[in-house]
Design a protein around this ligand. Structure first.
Ligand SMILES: Cc1cc2nc3c(=O)[nH]c(=O)nc-3n(C[C@H](O)[C@H](O)[C@H](O)COP(=O)(O)O)c2cc1C
Length: 193
């Protein structure tokens, strides 16, 4: 690939801000530009769960130059257009509200518009969903998105690696996201390795 590698990462209003925090720590080596945005609910949850007040606090200081922080309402940002060449979008964690809006084509903010772009342009759309239990409406929306080409990646750590800390459980999920992006990663050992 001879163009710069660009990825959009969106943090939505589901529990699990720690997944996004770890993800953006391990991502910079693989991309030239990372567009990062968070919904207002996500910012509130980041404050509650991690004690972080803004997206600036979220980004690793040594890689700050790779990140472009975007308002979730900025529909003129580059990833809102299919003409801007980028590799895809990861929504981590992904709320059922966002799932419903993407599944019904409601592109009313940057996250849902970028997701719409990724589906229509056949780019990677990885949705790290977190909700329990799931209603029939959630399941139908998830099915529509899987049929349209999205990867539905539940924030559900496995236990066969015998994790001893929350950090290890978080790494399991983040590692699966890196794998879904096609990146060579070894945050955790795969089964049989
Ligand atoms: C503390 C807190 C935790 C939440 N956790 C979840 C969750 O795990 N999954 C989910 O689908 N919605 C969750 N919600 C609800 C969503 O934030 C809400 O439906 C919101 O409108 C989703 O839109 P957004 O993702 O664009 O912010 C939570 C809300 C709050 C305040």
């Amino acid at each position: 690939m001879d163009r710069p590698r660009r990825l959009m990462v969106a943090i939505s209003g589901a529990s699990g801000a720690v997944y996004a925090h770890r993800f953006v720590q391990v991502l910079p080596d693989s991309f030239d530009t990372i567009y990062l945005t968070a919904s207002d609910n996500a910012l509130g949850i980041m404050r509650d769960e991690l004690g972080l007040d803004s997206l600036v606090d979220f980004v690793p200081k040594e890689s700050m130059s790779k990140f472009t922080l975007l308002s979730s309402t900025d529909l003129s940002a580059p990833p809102a257009s299919g003409s801007h060449d980028y590799d895809g979008l990861v929504v981590i964690p992904c709320s059922m509200g966002v799932i419903g809006r993407i599944a019904s084509g409601v592109s009313n903010d940057l996250v849902t518009r970028a997701a719409d772009v990724c589906l229509k342009e056949r780019r990677k759309l990885i949705l790290v969903v977190r909700e329990a239990p799931l209603s029939l409406i959630h399941l139908r929306n998830l099915t529509s998105l899987a049929e349209a080409g999205a990867t539905i990646l539940p924030a559900a750590p496995a236990f066969y690696g015998k994790p001893e800390t929350v950090a290890e459980m978080v790494d399991f999920v983040v590692n699966r996201v890196l794998q879904a992006l096609g990146l060579d990663t070894r945050l955790v050992r795969g089964w049989g390795e």
